[in-house]
Design a protein around this ligand. Structure first.
Ligand SMILES: Cc1cn([C@H]2C[C@H](O)[C@@H](COP(=O)(O)OP(=O)(O)OP(=O)(O)O)O2)c(=O)[nH]c1=O
Length: 186
């Protein structure tokens, strides 16, 4: 079996490296705007399927893992902010509140697919305008769902999490390894 990480996300690659898993990267190429659903679980599920469909098997024994992460708050989905204004709005909404981070993961071989969605609750401390404005001046928000990186400069904003930390960073490694352990390729 050869593990292919179907993701260009440096965080997902770092998490797999951290646990000494051998893998190669194949970056998906998709137009995420095709997926119109406003339901977060449906959305991450559809997006990891779409990403998987854009990656070609190069050998019969490959297992290709794709993932997608969104933040949901009330009835809104927060993806990557495109502008400073969007990043501000997301941080302002999350300030002092509880939100959810959902990561969909698809494990795909030529014979079998397994999809799951892992959810982590995150509680933010109340943030001042100065904290938000300083943060959105950094590069950090713009390639991250919800406009923050728990693993970076946003660490002090976090009051509490309930669930898998690695899921917030983009890859729920524990659950993924459980699936891979039991993934019978026949
Ligand atoms: C909430 C949060 C998200 N993120 C990241 C994880 C994901 O990389 C990103 C969400 O974008 P995704 O669309 O899930 O993934 P991606 O575009 O980075 O990579 P690819 O499609 O090639 O797999 O947000 C953090 O790094 N820290 C956080 O605290």
């Amino acid at each position: 079996m050869q593990l292919i990480l179907g993701s260009g996300s440096p965080r997902r690659q770092d998490i797999l490296k951290q646990v000494n898993v051998d893998f190669t990267v194949r970056t998906p190429n998709v137009d995420e705007s095709q997926i119109k659903t406003t339901k977060p679980i449906e959305k991450v599920s559809a997006l990891c399927k779409l990403k998987a469909a854009s990656i070609i098997f190069e050998a019969d024994d490959e297992i290709i893992v794709t993932a997608d992460t969104v933040v949901s708050y009330k009835n809104m989905i927060f993806e990557k902010p495109k502008t400073k204004q969007e990043a501000y709005t997301m941080m302002r909404a999350l300030s002092g509140q509880t939100h959810e981070v959902h990561t969909g993961v698809l494990v795909n071989s030529k014979h079998k697919q397994e999809l799951f969605v892992e959810t982590t609750k995150v509680i933010f401390y109340p943030l001042t305008d100065e904290e938000i404005n300083d943060y959105i001046e950094t590069d950090e928000p713009y390639d991250k769902a919800g406009a923050y990186g728990i693993q970076g400069l946003a660490a002090p904003f976090i009051k509490k999490i309930d669930g898998d930390y690695y899921n917030v960073v983009g890859l729920p490694i524990g659950r993924l390894m459980q699936v891979l352990k039991n993934f019978n390729d026949h």
